[in-house]
Design a protein around this ligand. Structure first.
Ligand code: AMP
Length: 419
């Protein structure tokens, strides 16, 4: 038997309503906050991600789906959207059109990670990017926007963590200090963290190893190394969040080990999904656009994982029941022909009525069973003596009341159903 590739998942019809509910909330909130949708290709040149995400990250160093296509170009399935959005921003010279672009997306991402609950190889993210503004209000808006979507979806067990990384010069000083702190503790670090000590020391904070966590708990904190401007930016972000009553905790472990990140970072975690608790991550990346060949432009954004959000919702019992039903089921009886029923179905469907009919030449009894299974609000009997007189019989399923209606007066049938 051919099965779906490990780490990929089918989304079956009975799961779709929750996906659609989430997508609808995302689209509505994005529109209330005036973010415009952007769609970019599924694959890009590999160099976009190696430069746009960073060689030393897990994503680039070991998780990308990369292949050489028939023309010899190195191609990568997108593991995240920010680099692609920034590429599109630069390529289409969007900065010439207006100074601030507020963009959002909903899309599949691909990372060859070890699959587990809440961690897939093809997964879906929605996210937003505001390119062209350095105001702390935008950082706060990102958090507000992401949080509002999760709340509206019905999630409760949420925590917002924020931190600031300042600017690269401040971070360099901090990294030196961290090196000093860890110098005589290296032997006690996990193998991964020993490597990170050399390649990307800030990422030791991401380690899930208990010993690493214990060591890092007493490490110097980045906020102590920020200058006045960075501290002010951070204060303002917090003030804006306070202003709208959004609760957060400052988490000095929330670092992103890449040079183009600046100032704010944030994460929204859920207590309802186990080890992979981050539903959403984001922050400011004022240096990325320049790094990808554009003009220096400040920007901020976030990405949220939809499978994890749906999992959290399932675990919290916040799913909404969506009883699917149809408006009308057409029951065919002799002497009506299939063509007669097919034509009626066509007219009803084109009038915006959810209509179903029998394709399996079933008995009248079996057709009624189908109508009941599909929770049809009405049944229209096409056939029998009435049909010979040019009539049909409309039955209201809830009350059982039946009414004879002329086939010729189609509008009457439609009006009755739409009422
Ligand atoms: P990142 O782009 O790594 O900052 O991730 C943003 C969000 O995407 C995370 O908080 C997760 O909710 C989700 N996510 C990241 N990687 C995966 C994955 N492999 N499977 C499912 N969701 C993921």
């Amino acid at each position: 038997m051919i099965k779906a590739i490990t780490g990929t998942k089918d989304i079956l019809p009975d799961q779709i309503s929750e996906w659609k509910r989430l997508e609808k909330i995302v689209e509505e909130q994005m529109s209330f906050f005036n973010y415009k949708e952007i769609r970019t290709p599924t694959f890009e040149e590999t160099v976009l991600f190696s430069r746009g995400i960073g060689e030393s990250t897990d994503i680039v160093s070991k998780e990308m789906y990369t292949f050489i296509d028939r023309s010899g170009t190195s191609i990568t399935l997108k593991p995240e959207m920010t680099a692609s959005v920034v590429r599109a921003f630069i390529e289409h010279k969007l900065s010439k059109k207006q100074s601030l672009h507020k963009l959002y997306y909903i899309s599949s991402m691909f990372r060859q990670e070890r699959p587990q609950a809440g961690r897939l190889r093809e997964f879906h993210q929605f996210g937003a990017e505001a390119i062209g503004g350095n105001d702390p209000m935008l950082d706060a808006e990102m958090i507000e926007l992401a949080y509002s979507i999760l709340k509206l979806f019905g999630l409760k067990n949420l925590e917002i963590k924020i931190n600031s990384l300042g600017v690269p010069s401040e971070r360099e000083k901090y990294k030196n200090e961290l090196q000093n702190y860890l110098k005589d503790k290296i032997d006690n670090l996990s193998e991964d963290s020993k490597k990170r000590f050399e390649t990307n020391i800030l990422r030791i904070f991401d380690s899930k190893d208990e010993k690493d966590i214990e060591i890092m708990a007493n490490a110097p904190k980045i906020l102590e190394f920020l200058g006045e401007e960075s501290l002010n930016h951070f204060e303002e972000v917090k003030n804006y969040l306070d202003e709208i009553g959004i609760k957060y905790t400052v988490d000095f472990k929330l670092v992103r080990g890449l040079d183009y990140y600046t100032n704010t970072t944030f994460e929204i975690v859920s207590g309802s999904v186990g080890a992979q608790s981050a539903l959403c991550g984001g922050g400011r990346y004022n240096l990325l656009i320049e790094q990808l060949g554009g003009q220096s432009t400040p920007a901020t954004g976030f990405a949220a994982g939809m499978e994890r959000i749906l999992l959290a919702c399932r675990n919290e019992g916040c799913e909404e029941k969506n009883e699917s039903s149809i408006d009308i089921y057409l029951v065919r009886m002799e002497p009506a022909k299939k063509q007669n029923v097919f034509k009626i179905a066509d007219r009803l469907r084109l009038s915006g009525i959810k209509t179903e009919l029998d394709y399996l030449s079933r008995s009248v009894k079996a057709q009624m069973r189908e109508a009941n299974r599909m929770k049809a609000k009405y049944v229209l009997f096409v056939g029998g003596e009435e049909f010979e007189k040019g009539n049909t019989v409309l039955k209201v399923m809830e009350t059982g009341i039946q009414e004879e209606l002329p086939l010729g007066k189609f509008d009457e049938i439609i009006n009755r159903i739409k009422k």
